[in-house]
Design a binder for this molecule. Structure first.
Ligand SMILES: [Zn+2]
Length: 430
């Protein structure tokens, strides 16, 4: 007989998308339960009903804490862990001054493994159960990330970051070596346990047409891989792309011409988009990834969440560490709230929590596996203490609804709010 585990606490599940179906789509149980068997969620409901139906289950009672699907970070750079919060630059200078020197260290497998370990320690401590990361040009950086994720049983996504121009010589590959290295890494890691490979050109300014085309060809050979890159983050970057690709209709066209668009394509940032780009992104089924702490930290601009959602784009949420300034998806939700406020719209806590879980899962084409509290889903969970600091506790004590109770944790919470995190049902905090 398989061991059954019953988790009890407040639960919040989404039966639809609160941006389009309204916040009524969120189902809150003040005393809910999640039954787990063999790492999978097998039943949800009220705690009383589940306790009666499964008297043999081992119970963990989280009291008033809130059980959610684990947070899903749809865009990050684990090699930038050690240089997060570097002062005073915009995108291109920031890459040259801080990022590239750090990324050069990842040819050393020992250094790469040490940073990968630190990175997953930090993301798990912040309740993030799935990460989607860029690496460096070094295959060893991909090996270090996937080996560490695998040892912890994580569902994780990454790919070798390819660059064959406009970067230091020690950080460039070629069209051919990018293709060859990436192909070998797909064979080595994609589909191993819970790992997924993402074909990863850093962005058009650092890839030639030939490299983009080679990676497009590789994706066509492995369509169940994801493809991740950056799009229209800063205006200076867009002008640079216009100079480098005079034949292109716009920034997106540089990817489109290489076959790097379609379902499973993840475009980080996507702030300054033309009407054609928006229409083409929607039509192609690609995903946009909003990185709000990065966009304010590097001074990139204000993502048009409402407009893009209204036209039916697929959108995930992400930290973009270390351009982003936090490993916490709580802080990232708060930043998404602030960015939307600056555009005149207050995102509802249901919308923020949905983006950080189900929304990101959908953007990653993983919404049949993670991001839902429903039977048949992998039991990757986060348990939030809604009174984790004196400031939050005194505010939450005055709340009349779940939304009033959880919003102070979204706005002011950090890793202290993470009471537990579970990977395939197993607690990572014990
Ligand atoms: Zn990025």
């Amino acid at each position: 007989m398989t061991q059954k585990t019953l988790l009890i606490g407040q639960t919040l599940a989404f039966t639809g998308d609160p941006f389009h179906d309204g916040i009524e789509t969120a189902r809150h149980d003040a005393r809910g339960g999640i039954l787990i068997e063999n790492g999978m969620i097998t039943a949800t409901g009220t705690a009383d009903d589940l306790r009666r139906a499964h008297p043999e289950a081992q119970i963990t009672d989280y009291g008033n804490s809130l059980i959610l699907p684990g947070f899903i970070d749809a865009h990050a750079h684990y090699p930038q862990t050690a240089m997060i919060a570097s002062w005073g630059k915009r995108l291109i200078d920031w890459l040259n001054r801080y990022t590239f020197p750090e990324e050069m260290k990842f040819g050393d497998p020992v250094y790469a493994s040490a940073i990968a370990k630190t990175y997953f320690d930090l993301t798990l401590a912040n309740g993030t159960t799935t990460t989607t990361s860029f690496t460096t040009i070094h295959p060893a950086s991909v090996d270090a990330y996937f080996a560490e994720a695998k040892s912890r049983g994580l569902r994780a996504i990454a790919g070798k970051t390819c660059m064959d121009r406009n970067a230091p010589a020690d950080l460039t590959d070629t069209a051919q070596s990018a293709y060859d290295d990436s192909k070998a890494l797909v064979g080595k890691w994609h589909g191993q346990d819970r790992l997924i490979y993402a074909i990863t050109p850093r962005f058009s300014p650092t890839s030639t047409r030939e490299q983009l085309a080679a990676l497009g060809a590789l994706w066509a050979e492995h369509p169940d891989c994801l493809m991740q890159t950056h799009l229209s983050e800063q205006t200076e970057e867009i002008a640079w792309v216009r100079d480098l690709f005079p034949e292109a209709r716009d920034y997106l066209d540089t990817y489109e011409a290489a076959g790097l668009i379609g379902p499973g394509a993840l475009f980080g940032h996507a702030i300054h988009l033309t009407d054609r780009e928006r229409a083409r992104l929607k039509e192609s089924g690609a995903s946009l990834v909003h990185c709000p702490t990065s966009n304010t930290f590097i001074g990139s601009g204000l993502f048009d969440m409402d407009g893009l959602m209204a036209e039916g784009q697929t959108i995930g949420l992400a930290t973009d560490t270390g351009g982003g300034s936090s490993f916490s998806m709580l802080r990232t939700m708060a930043s998404a709230y602030e960015v939307a406020q600056l555009r005149g719209r207050a995102l509802h806590p249901a919308e923020l929590l949905w983006l950080a879980t189900t929304g990101s899962a959908r953007a990653l084409r993983l919404d049949t596996k993670i991001g839902h509290l429903s039977p048949g889903y992998e039991a990757d969970l986060v348990v939030l203490d809604l009174a984790s600091t004196p400031a939050i506790a005194q505010r939450a004590a005055r709340a009349d609804t779940l939304w009033e109770a959880v919003f102070p944790t979204i706005m002011m919470g950090d890793d202290r709010a993470i009471r537990d995190v579970r990977i395939m049902g197993q607690s990572m905090t014990k």
